[in-house]
Every structure is written in structure tokens, then in C-alpha cells.
Design a protein around this ligand. Structure first.
Ligand SMILES: Cc1cc2nc3c(=O)[nH]c(=O)nc-3n(C[C@H](O)[C@H](O)[C@H](O)COP(=O)(O)OP(=O)(O)OC[C@H]3O[C@@H](n4cnc5c(N)ncnc54)[C@H](O)[C@@H]3O)c2cc1C
Length: 454
């Protein structure tokens, strides 16, 4: 193997292959998979040609690879199926350039390693922004590969809706361009969408063309507090049913609010809250909408409404939401975390949240419930010690089973990775056999992130 790695080093050039133990460890783990399984080596691609070279090397030596963007994904997506499976990690973070920004077309062409905040920084003077904002500063290649979403997905859509074209390198090193830089197409099979959410199992994304949106002129942000999580979930449903143009609709439970206050020194009320935002082109329209929301929230039993009046207050509110996971982590040193991400049809959301809460109580587990409720998607974050892992995992499995029974999905946004593969037949039935056939067409030697998803 040493010789093969030396060959890879020679093929790629200096400084592109690492076997340093800390680098290997960083590439063989994630936030919620309980084990670290380091790869053989990490290869850093700096160009599409490097990706092709690595794939040819993998083919020659029969070594599979796992693509790596920013490493923020969950569910073991970056971890090999078995601890003793030799795999190469292909790190794409150095392919982080903006290829072009086309303000007139509301498009940007980027390399896969660019992070969402770096892209928005590059857009700073255009009056446009890229909306998909998972809590972590993920790479666009990784986000496309998990079909990521975030706080603004309820208004602007997730990665699938915001990616119009991809360049991918297949397992046999062939380069394909999928999709067109248009807002809508009805042309042929949509292979572009097949690669979105594929977790690198079908090919390596080497370029993305993504949609940009005008920064809204008028923004209204508020926190609405409720005496119970059920009341907050019902209120969220009422907002969705009202057809109000909501841009962000996030639920944070009482424990979550406590964690934010402790971690970030905030003085928010420690009750379940909805964090809301509306975007509009005129001040008059937004005033009217906000008035309607306030009425709706009072009718739904809101106990208090706080309005973020300045840009700073708005930034602070969303910063608190984005850092909530780290607030919870900080409150539980030495723990690992199980994070559920089931989604259900909207009308079932309050019921599933109530079910999760009941189940936590019944199983004697403490967990925080939060999430992008406008998408029918919420998380239960549970801090666990190794001796409790199986019991907490059993909670997660029961929650997924209930979501599936209510026509929901095992994963609203994090993906299946290694952890949720067991639910795929239950969720997708006979189509899983067709997914295996598709995988075999694109990757007959099973070189690309083997054993994931299905
Ligand atoms: C605190 C926290 C909050 C989070 N909040 C959210 C959230 O709100 N919404 C959400 O959707 N997710 C969230 N996540 C999960 C995570 O941020 C997303 O899954 C994100 O999309 C992963 O992107 P990444 O660049 O880190 O990808 P990685 O973790 O590096 O990779 C993700 C998957 O994509 C594959 N991959 C990576 N790059 C490529 C490529 N170029 N071509 C092909 N395959 C590739 C990898 O093999 C892997 O299977 C959160 C995670 C954390 C830690």
C-alpha cells in the first residue's frame, strides 16, 4: 500500500496527499457517528484533472474513495462501512473558487469546495445572495450531495431547487455536464437531480451553477413565545396554512432557549419560541403581513412577541439559532450527540413533535426539539454517553418509524449515511432495487462512497 500511495503522490504532485494521523482522524469522523474510522490517506484535489487522476488510481488499485467537502455532515456519511475497510478520502476543499458571477442571470458558477459564507462574501456588492444556510459552514459540493436545507428553505428552497447545473466526474473518470443554466427545463431525464443528495455515491461534483436571489429590501424578524411546544407547533402550521410569505420559520424549545442564554449570554425568555422572518419589497406590504401574523400568533396562544428592530438584533437572533447546536454541545462536555431529522407532511408536524416529546418522557431521555418547522422538518438533539447510546438510538429509530407510518421521511435534510440505511426499504419499497441498479450503472466497481444510502 505504501508503494501505491507513493505513486498517487507522484501522480498528483507535491503536498496533495496526507497520512498525518490528525488529518486522517478529521476525515474519518462526523458529529454524530459514534466511531472514528480513519481513511488510508487523504488526497487533496485542486482541479477536475486531479479528481480524474485520483479516480484512475482508485480503479487501478481497487481502493474506494469517500469525497469530503467541509466535513460537517452527519449520520456517518464520511465514515467507511467497516473500520478495517481501506478507503481514500478525496478532499475537495481546495477547489474553492468562484468561477463566475452572472448578476443578470441571477447565477453563480462555483467550484465544489467553496463554503456558503465564502460565496455570500463574494456576492457582497451584487445585491444578491445565495440562500441555502445549513447551521454549519458547509461546502456547496457537500451541500448538493446531501440536498441540504436551512432556515430560508421555506421561502427559497433547498439545494435541489437552487442548483441548475452540475459538472461531475464519474467513477470511470468521464466528465459529464448535467442541467442547463436556466430557471426551468423540461428536457430529457433529469440526471442533475439524481446527483443531488447522492452523497458522492454516483460521481464527484466538480462544479455547480447555483441560483442567486435579490437581497430583500424590507425584512421583519420576530420571536414569538408559547406556553407549550404543542401550541408553538400548531402556530407554525397556522402560518404555513395562511399563505403568508414567510421567509424563515424556526422552532426552538425551552431547553434550547436555556442553552442559547447560557452559551451566548443572551436574556431571551426561556419558553418554546418560534423565530420568524418575513421578506418583502415594500414597507407597506410587510407592515400588513406582520400585523396579520401577530393576530394569528395571539389566536394560537402566544404568550409574548419580541420584534427585532435593528439589523444587529436580527443578526443576533439568527446567530443564536445557527449556534444552537454548539450551545447544546457546550452544555454537555464529554458527550456524543444523536440528532434526528425526520420530516412529515405538514399537517402531521404538531403530532410528530408531540410524539417525540412523549417518547422522550416515556424513555427517560432528555432532548431538545428544534428545527425548520416550515419544511415539516425538526430535530431532536440528545446528548449521550457510550453506555446510553443504544437506548438513545432506539428513541431515534422509534421516531423514524412513526414518521414513516405518517408518510414522512427518515431524513428531511441530513441524509442517510450509514445510520439510517435500515429504513430505506420501509420508506421506498421496491424502488430500492432500482436504486441498486442505478448505482451499478454509474459505479460498477463500487468505488464511490460504497455502502452508503442503500
Ligand atoms: C451544527 C450543524 C448544523 C447543521 N445544520 C444543518 C441544517 O440546518 N441543514 C442541513 O441540511 N444540514 C445541516 N447540517 C449537516 C451538514 O452541514 C450538511 O449535511 C452539509 O450539507 C454537509 O456539507 P459538507 O460540505 O460539510 O459536506 P461533507 O460532510 O464533507 O460531505 C457530505 C456528503 O457529501 C459527499 N460529498 C462532499 N463533497 C462532494 C462532492 N464535491 N461531490 C460528491 N460528493 C461530495 C460526502 O462524501 C458526504 O457523503 C448541520 C451540521 C452541523 C454540524
Amino acid at each position: 500500500m505504501e508503494q501505491a500511495l507513493e505513486q498517487l503522490q507522484a501522480l498528483l504532485g507535491k503536498g496533495k496527499v496526507s497520512t498525518s494521523p490528525s488529518v486522517l482522524e478529521q476525515h474519518g469522523r462526523d458529529e454524530n457517528f459514534p466511531e472514528v474510522r480513519p481513511p488510508l490517506a487523504v488526497a487533496y484535489a485542486e482541479s477536475r484533472e486531479d479528481v480524474q487522476t485520483v479516480l484512475q488510481w482508485c480503479h487501478t488499485h481497487g481502493i474506494p474513495l469517500i469525497p469530503y467537502g467541509a466535513g460537517t455532515s452527519l449520520e456517518g456519511a464520511l465514515v467507511p462501512v467497516h473500520p478495517d475497510n481501506p478507503v481514500l478520502s478525496l478532499d475537495l476543499s481546495r477547489m474553492n473558487k468562484v468561477v463566475s458571477i452572472q448578476p443578470d442571470n441571477f447565477l453563480a458558477v462555483v467550484q465544489p469546495g467553496i463554503t456558503r459564507t465564502a460565496l455570500n462574501e463574494a456576492l457582497r456588492y451584487t445585491g444578491l445572495f445565495f440562500p441555502v444556510d445549513p447551521g454549519a459552514d458547509a461546502s456547496l459540493g457537500g451541500m448538493a450531495s446531501t440536498n441540504a436545507s436551512g432556515t430560508t428553505t421555506v421561502r427559497y428552497g433547498g439545494m435541489r431547487q437552487n442548483t441548475v447545473a452540475l459538472e461531475v466526474v464519474l467513477a470511470n473518470s468521464e466528465v459529464l455536464r448535467l442541467g442547463r443554466p436556466v430557471r426551468k427545463t423540461s428536457s430529457a431525464y433529469d440526471l442533475k437531480d439524481l446527483f443531488i443528495g447522492a452523497a458522492g455515491t454516483l460521481g464527484i461534483i466538480t462544479e455547480l451553477t447555483v441560483q442567486l436571489h435579490p437581497i430583500p429590501e424590507h425584512v421583519h424578524t420576530m420571536r414569538v413565545f408559547f406556553p407549550s411546544i404543542q401550541a408553538a407547533a400548531q402556530a407554525a402550521y397556522a402560518i404555513m396554512a395562511s399563505a403568508l410569505p414567510i421567509a424563515r420559520l424556526e422552532l426552538v424549545d425551552e431547553l434550547g432557549m436555556q442553552s442559547i442564554n447560557r452559551y451566548m449570554g443572551r436574556g431571551y425568555k426561556e419558553q418554546t419560541a418560534l423565530f420568524l422572518e418575513f421578506h418583502s419589497s415594500t414597507a407597506a406590504a410587510i407592515e400588513e403581513e406582520v400585523h396579520l401574523v401577530e393576530e394569528l400568533m395571539h389566536d394560537a396562544g402566544a404568550s409574548d412577541i419580541s420584534i427585532a428592530r435593528t439589523q444587529q438584533e436580527r443578526t443576533e437572533q439568527w446567530e443564536a439559532r445557527h449556534r444552537l447546536y454548539w450551545a447544546i454541545v457546550n452544555a454537555h462536555p464529554g458527550h456524543t450527540f444523536i440528532i434526528t431529522d425526520t420530516a412529515v407532511p405538514l399537517a402531521r408536524l404538531p403530532e410528530l413533535i408531540a410524539y417525540a416529546q412523549q417518547l422522550l418522557a416515556e424513555m427517560g431521555i432528555q432532548g431538545s426539539i428544534l428545527g425548520h418547522v416550515g419544511d415539516g422538518n425538526f430535530h431532536t438533539i440528545i446528548a449521550t454517553k457510550p453506555e446510553d447510546y443504544t437506548r438513545v438510538q432506539a428513541f431515534s429509530e422509534r421516531l423514524v418509524r412513526q414518521a414513516l407510518a405518517w408518510e414522512g421521511t427518515a431524513s428531511g435534510e441530513h441524509g442517510i449515511g450509514l445510520v439510517k440505511r435500515g429504513f430505506m426499504v420501509e420508506e421506498h419499497g421496491a424502488s430500492v432495487a432500482w436504486m441498486h441498479r442505478l448505482k451499478a450503472i454509474f459505479d460498477p466497481d463500487n468505488l464511490l462512497n460504497p455502502g452508503k444510502l442503500i
